[in-house]
Design a protein. Structure first.
Length: 137
């Protein structure tokens, strides 16, 4: 019999784990935020390049939503670029790129701004976002 309540929650340690832990597609966004908090902590703690690479190495399962699958690849590629690491091979798979552009803001007035500001890893996958789409508070 356990005498203490155990806290079993922990942040996803990898991008693949962020998808694995999701019960719904909407959960992936929350898990992605938790994953980004984890990698920000790794950076703050001056983690090794090997440990940082390990967080994005394994390919997340496809979600069935093309924009979400491309976004996950863009996240991994963008983090690799930021950390000056090679992007994982899985990020270049055809299923991780959109055929048609996707804009983070649906308004036509915002498109020029998003086209200009999107980081390369996102633009290459036909995703158009703000300049720092992985920013956390």
């Amino acid at each position: 019999m356990k005498t203490k309540l155990e806290n079993t929650w922990r942040r996803p340690q990898s991008l693949a784990e962020a998808v694995e832990r999701a019960e719904t597609r909407a959960d992936i966004g929350d898990n992605l935020e938790d994953f980004l908090d984890h990698v920000n902590l790794l950076v703050k703690q001056r983690a090794t390049r090997r440990k940082l690479a390990g967080a994005i190495r394994r390919e997340p399962a496809c979600t069935g939503v093309a924009a979400q699958d491309a976004y996950l690849a863009a996240v991994a590629a963008h983090l690799a670029n930021t950390w000056r690491l090679p992007a994982p091979r899985w990020t270049d798979q055809p299923g991780r790129r959109l055929k048609r552009p996707w804009f983070a803001l649906p308004d036509a007035w915002a498109r020029a701004w998003l086209l200009r500001d999107s980081p390369a890893a996102f633009r290459e996958r036909n995703l158009f976002t703000e300049a720092n789409p992985l920013r956390r508070a």
